[in-house]
Design a protein around this ligand. Structure first.
Ligand code: PLP
Length: 226
């Protein structure tokens, strides 16, 4: 199947499984060509996501107008390279990173939308803060950084062949989101990828980040640096 067919299938699955009224589909375009990305945009895609700074920079000029999201681990020294290119940074997981985002946003006279990445399953291999660190980090960011707007939370579930196994993590994340939503005016809960977006949606996700189910397998031989 092609990108067009995959997109309409993913869209119909989102309609089937979502519990929130509004769900944003963000195709994850890492390691995919500009032509494929522009095809998705011609099919009505408004937002795309990348996980490497270098890849955004190398594609940016050739991709048709779209909202870019950053979803990978972000080194503080690279924030300045993407601050004027992305609409939202999903992967904020330290005060230090938030501080640099605020500094760069201030220089540009903009306010950057961010999500806090939470590692609910406590996996060693994944970035993100632990649930107990969330409250203090949110508070620090709100009190200190005027050029950051906290829009919500993001998570990457542990990989499992049985997507039902990860339901408990999505549920836990939803609980955290509900705990802080009102206080911080959050409206984004970014969870769900190709293999688990149905479960994530049924647990209340309103942003899904989907690569493989739209563009097919990634060719990792194309991989560059960070
Ligand atoms: C690659 C990636 C995705 C998409 O993964 P698929 O399994 O291809 O849908 C989603 N979120 C993040 C943070 C990613 O790095």
């Amino acid at each position: 199947m092609g990108i067009k067919e995959n997109l309409s299938y993913v869209r119909s699955e989102i309609e089937r499984f979502k519990v929130e009224d509004e769900v944003l589909l963000i195709p994850v375009t890492k390691l995919h060509d500009v032509d494929e990305i522009n095809l998705a945009i011609s099919e009505g895609i408004t937002d795309i996501a990348e996980n490497k700074v270098q890849e955004i920079l190398s594609k940016y000029e050739r991709v048709n107008p779209v909202n870019w999201h950053f979803i990978g681990h972000l080194q503080t020294n690279k924030v300045k390279l993407i601050i004027d290119k992305v609409k939202m940074i999903h992967s904020v997981d330290s005060l230090r990173l938030a501080k640099e985002i605020d500094r760069c946003a201030k220089l540009r006279n903009i306010t950057m939308d961010i999500l806090i990445q939470v590692n609910v399953a406590g996996e060693e291999s994944k970035f993100g803060i632990s649930p107990v660190e969330l409250g203090p980090l949110l508070k620090e960011i709100r009190e200190n950084f005027d050029n950051i707007r906290i829009r919500g939370l993001m998570m990457i579930a542990p990989y499992s062949l049985d997507s039902e196994e990860v339901r408990k993590y999505f549920r836990e994340m939803r609980k955290l989101y509900d705990e802080y939503k009102e206080e911080y005016g959050m409206d984004c809960l970014s969870m769900g990828m190709s293999n688990d977006f149905r479960v994530a949606l049924s647990e209340g996700s309103n942003i899904v980040r989907i690569g493989t189910a739209i563009f097919g397998q990634r060719d990792y031989s194309k991989k560059q640096g960070n």
